[in-house]
Design a protein. Structure first.
Length: 490
């Protein structure tokens, strides 16, 4: 005959609030009674009633993490149920924020455990919490575990109750998580022993949450819904609504007129402004410029939604699926030893994603709109993957010299059309050299442009301070100041 664990809920309040059916089972049970913890308002009365039990409180002292505590408790219960039926009593309702019960049910559902679990009721602490806080959960409500809280779970426009805030350590972790999304002085409510005669509600600014001395296993934290619009500016849905409003009937005439084609130039401009911010090492500016790029993405997605073709969810879903699919070494069973292997796997997976085409060049996937220097680099890199590349740098340098000689010949012949093409050949050959030395030619030229800009600004400032006219200065004079600028950089 299969043994059974009967799980009883002790409720959230005093002994008087204990359901009569649960009381009778506690009083009349003939099986060993085990409590997860005796730190509960009804336990003293159970002792007075002569009810005999054991508890797992000593296990809490022998582990650093709650998950380890719960695993230990379940292990003991699994050993006990092999010998006899058990009555296991937990705070609140057995199916509300009770990890040990969930683990027992998982054991049964997996087929590993040769025992039954019978869940008996018990008053959940939700009723007591809603009454104490005077809130209506129909307005939107979240119940989260303080021992395993993640900021991406937070729905700030809803009532949030965070349970299992046992001590100052958990309170500190909860505080830091909430501070990722809320101001330090946002008011929260610490609720202790909701529904009992010892009920206490204390409002504190968020930064003081872990300084509260009365935290216990009966403590929860209530986070009121965010009503102030500006506090929601960091939320994705707030941005989405702003873009929808701008494109809406009462929105901005300019935004309503935009199309995918008309916005192309702005996406390119904003991308280069991001690069400038990165080069300048300015984090605040980088935040702003990345926001401008995100704006372009959101506008394109809103146009897609307005036209009925796609939404921002489709965009997010597509890139999420792609990242998971192309990283089997992270999300699958594939093993890699280097970044080069990652790139190789990426390319193979990418090729498998495309429908088979009768004739498609290996180079067709490189956007024609890329800056020419970048495109030259990508063309060469793609060709090199199938072996169309020199293995040594010497022939690359020889090619540069050959192209320079051809350029000089065309310069002597004064043929502008051919001269332009030969100049392009020189640049293309130099890109090959850059690849060999693992240099990004676009970044190299960007750095040189910035260096030239800074040195020329130094020349202008020096001449201005001396009261001279730059247009009347000789090249030798300007070059001398240029050399000063170089020395200042060293």
């Amino acid at each position: 005959m299969t043994n059974k664990i009967t799980v009883l809920g002790l409720g959230a309040g005093d002994f008087e609030q204990l359901p009569i059916g649960i009381y009778r089972q506690l009083k009349e049970t003939s099986t060993p009674l085990v409590l997860r913890t005796k730190e509960h308002p009804v336990v003293d009365e159970l002792v007075k009633e002569g009810i005999v039990f054991q508890s797992f409180d000593d296990i809490y002292e022998s582990h650093d993490k709650f998950e380890e505590v719960y695993e230990h408790i379940v292990d003991i219960l699994l050993q006990k149920v092999k010998e006899t039926d058990i009555t296991y009593a937990v705070p609140g309702h057995p199916l509300v924020a009770e990890r040990t019960v969930k683990m027992l049910l998982e054991e049964v559902q997996s087929g590993k455990g040769d025992f039954e679990v019978k869940i008996e009721g018990g008053q959940s602490f939700f009723d007591a919490m809603f009454t104490a806080l005077e809130i209506d959960p129909v307005e939107g409500f979240q119940f989260l575990d303080g021992t395993d809280l993640h900021e991406e779970e937070l729905q700030l426009k809803q009532h949030i109750i965070i349970g299992q805030v046992y001590d100052s350590y958990i309170a500190s972790e909860v505080k830091l998580t909430l501070m990722e999304r809320l101001p330090d002085d946002y008011e929260v409510v610490i609720v202790t022993a909701a529904g009992s005669r010892d009920q206490v509600l204390k409002s504190v600014p968020l930064y003081e949450l872990d300084r509260e001395a009365e935290l216990s296993n009966l403590t929860s934290v209530y986070v009121p819904p965010v009503r102030e619009t500006e506090l929601l500016y960091g939320e994705f849905q707030a941005l989405r609504k702003v873009i929808a409003d701008l494109r809406g009937p009462n929105g901005c005439p300019w935004d309503r007129e935009q199309t995918h084609q008309s916005l192309k130039k702005y996406l390119v401009e904003e991308t280069y402004e991001v690069l400038d911010a990165i080069d300048g090492g300015d984090d605040d500016l980088l935040i702003e410029e990345l926001g401008d790029v995100l704006l372009q993405v959101m506008l394109h997605a809103q146009i897609g939604e307005d036209d009925g073709y796609f939404t921002i969810q489709d965009v997010i879903r597509a890139i999420t699926e792609k990242m998971i699919r192309r990283h089997p070494h992270v999300f699958g069973e594939v093993s890699v030893d280097s970044a080069d292997e990652v790139v190789k796997n990426w390319d193979e997976i990418k090729r498998g994603e495309k429908p088979e085409v009768v004739h498609e060049s290996l180079l067709d996937g490189i956007p024609k709109e890329l800056p020419s220097l970048y495109r030259a680099y990508e063309l060469q890199k793609k060709a090199a993957k199938v072996g169309f590349d020199w293995k040594e740098v010497e022939p690359m340098w020889a090619k540069v010299k050959e192209e320079m000689a051809e350029f000089e010949n065309e310069a002597a012949a004064l043929s502008k059309d051919r001269l332009e093409k030969e100049f392009g050949d020189i640049i293309f050959a130099l890109v090959n050299v850059a690849r060999f030395y693992k240099i990004d030619p676009e970044e190299g030229l960007r750095a040189t442009n910035l260096k030239f800009y800074n040195r020329f600004c130094f020349i202008e400032e020096t001449i201005k301070n001396k009261g001279y006219d730059i247009a009347k200065m000789s090249l030798n004079e300007l070059d001398a100041i240029w050399e000063d600028a170089k020395k200042r950089e060293e």
